[in-house]
Design a protein around this ligand. Structure first.
Ligand code: UDP
Ligand code: MG
Length: 307
């Protein structure tokens, strides 16, 4: 039987990109024709522009274009998760809709996978026309993540990758509400290898990842994969205890005692600030337990086409 590949594309307000994206994906589909049957799963993440109507047109023209449309914007990680949930293929590839990751590489990823890998992930060499801020925050995040979390996420990788059925099923069985797929995949294990590439600039439109979404993704990544921040609070408490004893004894034996009073006031403020900071970190974990306990679905589907 012929093997199948699903190409999963999360879409949020990408009306300017979609026609070109479809064109390039169809070329990839044709280039793989002798080896694989290729389907596309576009997940419309509650777009407010014409994205859904455009996808609907595609699905009427081409039976291999499948569309899942959310009832509202749930976020990129949920859109990709839905694509994985609906994937039935022997392979699944994940790619953004804005053509920053060249679709033609999916063929190279597939060829690498046939050498015996279950995960072939795109590793970025150059990032064309991305802001210095974005490059720096991405650089810093991957290093902080590596220091805090046990699971090894290769640096400078996103969600652009090809995975086999085993990995798809492993991810389908991970119901966590705060999702950071680029770490969930390595957590699941399996044999993986990089495919190096230069990241292009967005084909059209602007980023759908403002700073607030980037920060949420970074927090979800670290807090879902590490309890080290909780241990760091503990260490901070010990350091503060030692520091306050030093201040106290220093103040006790110096003259005039005004220094003692100032030191005590400073210590009280510092203690208060650190306690609130610690509570904040604790709160992040407690809030996440609360979200998990509610056990709501990850996303709500409004409409499905060709599925
Ligand atoms: N996206 C999504 N939901 C969102 C934000 C983004 O499905 O809430 C999609 C978006 O349409 C694109 C991909 O996720 O296909 C990556 O987004 P974007 O290119 O804006 O991120 P950047 O490359 O700037 O980090
Ligand atoms: Mg992009």
């Amino acid at each position: 039987m012929r093997k199948t590949l699903d190409i999963i594309v999360p879409v949020y307000n990408e009306e300017e990109c979609l026609s070109e994206t479809l064109k390039r994906l169809i070329n990839v589909r044709e280039s793989l024709y002798t080896q694989l049957d290729v389907n596309f799963i576009f997940v419309d993440d509650g777009s407010k522009d014409k994205s859904f109507e455009i996808l609907k047109d595609f699905s009427e023209k081409y039976p291999f274009v499948k569309v899942v449309s959310f009832s509202r914007n749930f976020g990129h990680q949920f859109a990709v998760s839905a694509g994985i949930d609906y994937s039935k293929g022997d392979y699944a590839a994940i790619i953004d809709a804005d053509l920053q990751d060249p679709p033609e590489l999916i063929k190279d990823m597939y060829e690498k996978a046939t050498e015996g890998y279950q995960v072939v992930y795109g590793k970025r060499l150059k990032r064309r026309k991305e802001t210095a801020f974005k490059k720096f925050t991405a650089f810093a995040f991957y290093r902080v993540f590596d220091a805090l979390c046990q699971v090894k996420v290769p640096t400078d990788t996103g969600d652009f990758r090809l995975i086999t059925r085993e990995v798809v099923e492993a991810i389908q069985n991970m119901p966590e509400k705060h999702r950071f797929l680029r770490a969930m995949v390595p957590w699941a294990g399996f044999k993986s290898t990089p495919l190096f590439y230069d990241r292009d600039e967005r084909f059209a439109g602007t980023t759908k990842y403002p700073l607030s979404k980037m920060l949420k993704l970074a927090a979800d990544g670290i807090l879902s994969f590490s309890t080290k921040p909780l241990k760091l609070i503990h260490i901070l408490g010990v350091i503060l205890l030692i520091l306050s004893l030093v201040i106290f004894f220093f103040g006790l034996f110096t003259y005039p005692p005004i220094f003692l009073i100032l030191a005590v006031i400073a210590a009280v403020f510092l203690t208060g600030a650190i306690q609130l900071f610690a509570l904040g970190i604790l709160g992040e974990y407690v809030g996440r337990i609360y979200e998990e306990a509610k056990d709501r679905p990850l996303y709500i589907v409004k409409e499905k086409l060709n599925i």
